[in-house]
Design a binder for this molecule. Structure first.
Ligand SMILES: [Ca+2]
Ligand SMILES: [Ca+2]
Length: 196
């Protein structure tokens, strides 16, 4: 049966039953504004839940019990779960940092980017911009997904250091190739880069 998960302003992670909104369980462990990501991280057939605290990424089991925690940098509260390579494990993305969870080794930082500490409310996107594999886009910078190498074209350098840019990837001009939007919410601007 489907369940609905959400985090409250008071810092509770709450699960309710989808069919009638009956309360199922709560856990007092997330940051007050944490977003939630859900996926089967360790391939055991059961989903895990990922949330954030001020200084940590947390993995819960499907009942809200804490399975693992790892220190993180920055202030993003929007974890993503994506596979970076076919057949590879699902990875947790938070800004430019990448974490891996397994029942054997817990939560490990695959890549912890110190520059995250300067950013606020940053949201990351993982998308196939080119044929070389998935890219990690955060703010207005594009990084190679597996290595974290900055692949941003020069047109994006005007936003270097901008921390309030929300990326969106979609094919806007219908040419079959993905285009990058960047919404700068504090500046009230939307910028679009079309694929060449
Ligand atoms: Ca699992
Ligand atoms: Ca396009």
């Amino acid at each position: 049966m489907a369940e609905i998960l959400f985090a409250t302003l008071a810092g509770y992670l709450i699960a309710i039953r989808g069919s009638d909104c009956k309360f199922l369980w709560s856990a007092r462990s997330v940051e007050y504004s944490s977003n939630i990501a859900v996926a089967d991280l360790d391939d055991d057939g059961f989903p895990e839940i990922v949330g954030t605290q001020d200084d940590a990424v947390i993995v819960f089991d499907r009942k809200g019990n804490v399975l693992a925690k790892a220190a993180r940098k920055g202030w993003s509260n929007s974890p993503l779960i994506r596979r970076f390579e076919a057949g590879g494990p699902p990875l947790i993305v938070l800004e430019r940092s990448v974490f891996k969870y397994s029942s054997a080794h817990g939560l490990i930082a695959v890549r912890l980017d110190p520059s995250d500490a300067t950013k606020f409310f940053s949201v990351s996107v993982v998308a196939d911009l080119e044929s070389g594999g998935p890219s990690l886009i955060t703010g207005a910078r594009i990084y190679e997904g597996m290595t974290g190498v900055d692949m941003s074209p020069s047109e994006l350098t005007m936003f270097s250091g901008a921390s309030d840019s929300l990326p969106v990837v979609a094919d806007l001009n219908g040419d079959g190739r993905p285009d990058l939007w960047n919404v700068r919410f504090r500046a009230g601007e939307v910028w679009v880069w079309f694929s060449p």
